[in-house]
Ligand binder design. Structure first.
Ligand SMILES: Cc1cc2nc3c(=O)[nH]c(=O)nc-3n(C[C@H](O)[C@H](O)[C@H](O)COP(=O)(O)OP(=O)(O)OC[C@H]3O[C@@H](n4cnc5c(N)ncnc54)[C@H](O)[C@@H]3O)c2cc1C
Length: 496
């Protein structure tokens, strides 16, 4: 497979940025989170954790960003994660490339992508992965609590009751033992972390010579997913947890979703804002979404790169059919959308309201105007914590002071969105993304830091919505009465 683009690889705007390198001889004895791997997923996790104020050390056994071209096509959701991680719109504009054409021996051209529409309104956006990685590393420098040690590989770890003890290989037969409250393996396809926690690879892994040119650690298996994304205090993210052939271009996209899902939960637990049991919902929410992606990627691989020359014409015919037969196209779309669908289990209140808001999925993003007359993206206004949103109404009015205080202690805030033209009533919904498209006036929702809807209902019930949401975090102890505490225990972390 070849990829042609209009920008020369390795010569982009972040080429000269050095990362926030931690000197190997001053590696700390302990950190909150030890992150193994500073590929795009690891670098995003580091930025997200650091934005939440978590003390994180990233180690990568390689001293350089991996250069060979792996063009990345990202969708809105993925871009939102990058923005949440602190990447700025101007960064994205700088690293975007205008067009990409993918071709293979059996099909002259199998894909063509054009970029760049406007941010968050674009259909696709294409980058060189190495530029994105450099950009993420450069942004990491802004945080005092994030450190990166390059040329340092994980060689082993043991899990204790309250921490993980990890052994780092510093080269020249030097090692360093570090204590971490949690360890995240974002160490790619041949993940040592995955091997050490002994998760069997599900499916039929096989080495693919033709992919070796693009892989960091060849040969490796493609088309796998693990049978658990975590074990005790250790978590897997990105290619370490599942690896898809690159034909649907979704590997990084899913890895970024892992990052968004995991990081706030780790931060809330490390900072004592939530019970450690919420970490179990990472696996519950993320793993079911990766299987359809792997399935789709394998299917596309067979079409694009048939194993036997004899079936190439058949594959070509099928590709044409796919373009022309709506039912086949919709099956493909269904596989794609399954990876975005609501989780059936996880950290949200079970059930569905009569509105278009779906609990367990990411809330839409829109442009909203503030009292300063400036326009913002709603994610920026919702902020880094839990948020209670009142649509066309002030949801705070329904909260008693104990609940409002508990919400604040859990890192929560309250936002009021007003209909377009009603700016005096809150943040004005300029494009009507929320009102009336998503919810009616008088509605309220509780949204997590990763923008997933936890709960929703009439704003007059905001008190109950907040209390039930806080109970999911294990924060019933912050709620006033004994009745609440008992209720909280009963509803803590819903598992269907
Ligand atoms: C040709 C091609 C095109 C693609 N196109 C797309 C696309 O359009 N869209 C998309 O979403 N995805 C695409 N992908 C997939 C995407 O590139 C991967 O999903 C992504 O690189 C995964 O990132 P990662 O951070 O999980 O792993 P990696 O990028 O593999 O990073 C892992 C890091 O861990 C380090 N490491 C490994 N072991 C250790 C250890 N023991 N100690 C310390 N460090 C260690 C490595 O040095 C490496 O830096 C494509 C892939 C290919 C090959």
């Amino acid at each position: 497979m070849t990829v042609e683009t209009t920008v020369k690889n390795g010569a982009g705007p972040f080429a000269s940025h050095a990362p926030a390198d931690q000197r190997i001889d001053t590696l700390p004895p302990a950190v909150d989170v030890l992150l193994v791997g500073c590929g795009p997923v690891g670098a995003t996790i580091a930025n997200l954790l650091a934005r939440h104020g978590v003390n994180v050390l990233v180690v990568d056994k390689s001293t350089k960003v991996f250069e060979p071209p792996r063009v990345i096509e990202l969708d809105d959701d993925a871009l939102r994660v990058l923005l949440l991680a602190g990447i700025e719109e101007r960064d994205i504009e700088m690293i975007a490339i205008p067009s990409v054409h993918g071709s293979s021996r059996s099909r002259d051209q199998f894909a063509g992508i054009n970029s760049l529409d406007s941010l968050d309104r674009h259909s696709t956006l294409t980058f060189y992965q190495s530029e994105l990685e450099r950009c993420l590393r450069a942004r990491m420098r802004r945080f005092e609590c994030a450190h990166i040690a390059l040329g340092v590989g994980l060689s082993g770890f043991t899990q204790e009751r309250h921490h993980v003890l990890a052994r780092l290989d510093l080269g020249h037969r030097r090692t360093h033992v570090i204590r971490a409250r949690y360890l995240v393996g974002a160490d790619g396809a041949n993940s040592l972390v995955r091997q050490l926690i002994g998760k069997a690879v599900k499916g039929k892994p096989f080495a693919e010579e033709r992919l070796v040119v693009d892989a960091r650690h060849a040969p490796h298996s493609i088309g796998h997913t693990v049978n658990a994304f975590s074990n005790g205090r250790v978590f897997l993210a990105g290619d370490a947890a599942y690896l898809t052939p690159p034909f649907v271009g979704r590997g990084l996209l899913e890895g970024l979703r892992d990052a968004a899902n995991l990081c706030w939960k780790l931060a809330w637990v490390v900072q004592g804002r939530a019970d450690a049991r919420i970490l179990d919902t990472y696996d519950e929410e993320r793993r079911p979404h990766t299987n359809p992606v792997v399935k789709l990627a394998r299917f596309m691989e067979k079409l694009v790169m048939p194993r036997h020359g004899g079936i190439a014409p058949l594959a070509r015919g099928l590709t044409r059919l796919l373009r022309r037969v709506p039912r086949l196209r919709s099956q493909l779309a269904q596989w794609q959308s399954q990876s975005k669908a609501a989780s059936t289990r996880g950290l949200f209140v079970k059930g569905r309201s009569s509105t278009k808001l779906i609990r367990g999925t990411v809330i839409a993003q829109g442009r909203i105007r503030g009292s300063d007359d400036n326009t913002y993206l709603s994610d920026d206004v919702f902020g880094q914590g839990l948020v209670l949103i009142g649509f066309g109404t002030d949801a705070q009015a329904a909260l008693d002071s104990a609940t409002a205080a508990a919400l604040a202690r859990a890192g929560g805030s309250i936002v009021q969105i007003a209909r377009c033209g009603r700016r005096r009533d809150g943040w004005e919904d300029l494009d009507g993304v929320f009102l009336p498209h998503l919810v009616p006036v008088g509605w309220a929702a509780v949204v997590r830091p990763d923008k997933t809807v936890v709960h929703d209902g009439p704003a007059t019930d905001a008190q109950r919505l907040v209390r039930e949401s806080l109970s999911l975090l294990g924060q019933h102890c912050w709620l006033a009465s004994e009745h609440d505490a008992a209720w909280g225990l009963k509803t803590a972390i819903h598992t269907a």
